[in-house]
Design a protein around this ligand. Structure first.
Ligand SMILES: [Zn+2]
Length: 209
């Protein structure tokens, strides 16, 4: 049975927060709870889901801003690649860029490294380390669902910025080529912002690739 998958654009920058749920166990994985924890909670409640993991694609405030609050409510562990810890340590600086209040921070409970795997309802959530937008950027590949959560690495018709601290344009292109474009053409891509796409479409028409 396919997983429940709801996408909620959260916060000022409309970060796509993905909520995956297993109909049977009622377990859920939330990816990138950047903000609007009340909205995320409403979706969880609507499906009677219980969060068992919070996964962060990278430590930019629009993706990680609500992690501490969601963890406080659910008790679920937070997964993030350790290479983004310095960015998370300077959440106050990021808040200043956006002219917003600094959200509360939390401990990262589990690393999210290349080859790591979470499971939900029998589906693997495979962690791909895709540095370039930030040094700790990850993408999450879910083969059973044919879905890729791409964070800010790959967008429809675009790629992530590499001009922010920790960014590296050559590394970003290398990550996309080595880790993402090797996935099946039909793989559906859910970028960190904006509309969905497929690997085949981006391989064919993305002007940055
Ligand atoms: Zn970002």
């Amino acid at each position: 049975m396919p997983l429940i998958h709801e996408i909620l654009p959260v916060g000022l920058l409309h970060c796509n927060c993905s909520i995956f749920g297993d109909e049977e166990s009622k377990d859920a994985i939330v990816i990138d709870p950047g903000d609007d924890i009340a909205g995320i909670q409403a979706i969880l409640d609507g499906h009677q889901l219980k969060v068992k993991a919070i996964v962060i694609t990278h430590a930019h405030i629009d993706h990680i801003g609500g992690a501490a609050k969601l963890k406080a409510i659910t008790g679920a562990p937070v997964y993030m690649n350790e290479n983004d810890q310095p960015l998370y340590d300077h959440l106050d600086t990021q808040a200043t860029w956006l002219g917003m209040e600094t959200p509360s921070r939390t401990e990262i409970d589990m690393p999210a490294r290349e080859g790591d795997k979470l499971t939900l309802g029998g589906a693997d959530f495979q962690i791909l380390h895709t540095p370039g937008h930030t040094q700790g950027s990850i993408s999450v590949w879910i083969p059973a669902e044919n879905k890729l959560i791409a964070g800010d690495t790959l967008f429809r018709d675009s790629i992530g910025r590499s001009d922010l601290p920790g960014g590296n344009g050559r590394q970003l292109l290398q990550s996309i080529a080595d880790k993402l474009l090797v996935l099946p053409d039909e793989a559906v891509v859910f970028p960190g912002h904006g509309p969905t796409t497929t690997i085949g479409r981006e391989r064919a028409v993305n002007p940055f690739l």
